[in-house]
Design a protein. Structure first.
Length: 373
């Protein structure tokens, strides 16, 4: 079976982080399948996977018909390969068209279109202008959310311009009525919580300021690192304050206390997403413990610019930005100083997610059920 994963790097490293973890997991559970990743930003990809940066340089040398005697490595200019996964440049129109149109578009039998990224022009041409004889399945892998619509949209079909090109949604999520989260073997085998470990801070703009005096000094900034090293580092922490989807999903599965900072959106829509996830977690905590978690999460996710606007407008709920920041500081400090009492709730939540199964295993079961190969 051929599976092609599409990824556009839109929001820092979360998009490619999830897609790369998915590709590696798909290859691990079904090594006989051909997995291709088409990505539009090799610079960003290379920061979380150094082999991409290294092989991309080698590939460029090969493209110029030069030989790198220093490395002795082999590569073709059309693609690079890591862990048995073929990686292609989204923008390499001619070469990608030639490769993916071969054998009646064999490599396009199953397309995983991730995070509403769309499809490259060369792929659109193959799918809709070149009269493929085979049926193509496009599976839309959407953003992770705890909102109810994830269950409603999961496995929901939609139309395309061709009867030969079929499309269906596959929703990551937190309940049995979704596809679940990516649960890889290596992550599950890492050591459990280190109560005396460091606090990982991986946030947008204001996270460091919120916690720098809450538990101890900020000892060191972290370099970019490959996912296996990142996973080991996370599992060695006592708590996380993290952002985005890739790291948030790891935190949810870890059983380690964490605060999630969602991507800031207009009209503070991120609070809808944060509240939805908190509601999924509520049943796993005692009332007092959940109040501590909820207060810390909400403080981290309220937009300071929005607070200032409300204050300028005379909103009675927030009398001053300084006062709001003081509330945030207190909430973070309380969270970080009550980690042992919070941990059982996070462990219970993680165990509930494990019961939903691995997203990639669930996805392969789904593909085998619907695919016409």
């Amino acid at each position: 079976m051929h599976i092609t994963v599409l990824c556009k790097v839109v929001d820092n490293y979360g998009d490619i982080g999830v897609c790369w973890r998915m590709c590696r997991r798909l290859k691990k559970i079904a090594p006989e399948n051909t997995i291709s990743l088409v990505v539009d930003n090799f610079d960003t990809f290379g920061k979380i996977e150094p082999r991409v940066k290294r092989q991309n340089v080698i590939a460029q040398v090969c493209k110029a018909n030069l030989v790198s005697s220093a490395t002795g490595a082999t590569a073709t200019w059309q693609s690079i390969q890591i862990e048995g996964i073929d990686i292609y440049n989204w923008h390499d129109d001619n070469n990608c068209h030639n490769i993916f149109s071969a054998n009646d578009g064999e490599r396009l039998s199953i397309i995983l279109e991730c995070f509403q990224c769309g499809r490259p022009d060369w792929m659109e041409k193959i799918l809709f202008e070149e009269k493929l004889q085979r049926t193509v399945q496009i599976i839309m892998i959407d953003y992770l959310t705890a909102e109810k619509y994830a269950e409603d949209f999961h496995c929901l079909k939609s139309l395309t311009r061709s009867a030969k090109v079929q499309k269906v949604n596959f929703m990551p999520g937190f309940t049995p009525k979704t596809g679940g989260l990516i649960i890889d073997d290596e992550w599950s085998q890492l050591p459990e919580w280190n109560e005396n470990g460091p606090v990982l801070v991986f946030t947008y703009t204001m996270g460091v300021g919120l916690i720098k005096d809450s538990k101890g000094p900020l000892l060191e900034p972290l370099p970019f690192m490959p996912q296996p090293e990142w996973d080991k580092m996370m599992k060695n922490c006592s708590a996380f304050i993290i952002r985005g989807e890739e790291s948030m999903s790891r935190a949810c599965l870890s059983g380690i206390p964490f605060i999630w900072q969602a991507y800031p959106q207009s009209e503070e829509y991120q609070l809808v997403k944060v509240k939805a996830l908190l509601e999924r977690m509520r049943e796993h905590f005692g009332e007092e413990e959940f109040e501590i978690v909820e207060k810390a999460w909400m403080c981290v996710n309220v937009d300071c610019h929005a607070l200032r606007a409300r204050n300028d407008a005379g909103n009675s709920e927030i009398t001053s930005l300084r006062g709001a920041n003081a509330v945030s500081d207190a909430a973070i400090q309380t969270f970080l100083h009550t980690l042992p009492s919070l941990r059982p709730g996070f462990v219970s939540f993680a165990q509930s997610l494990q019961k939903n199964g691995d997203l990639c295993t669930n996805l392969m079961t789904f593909i085998n059920k619907i695919a016409i190969i």
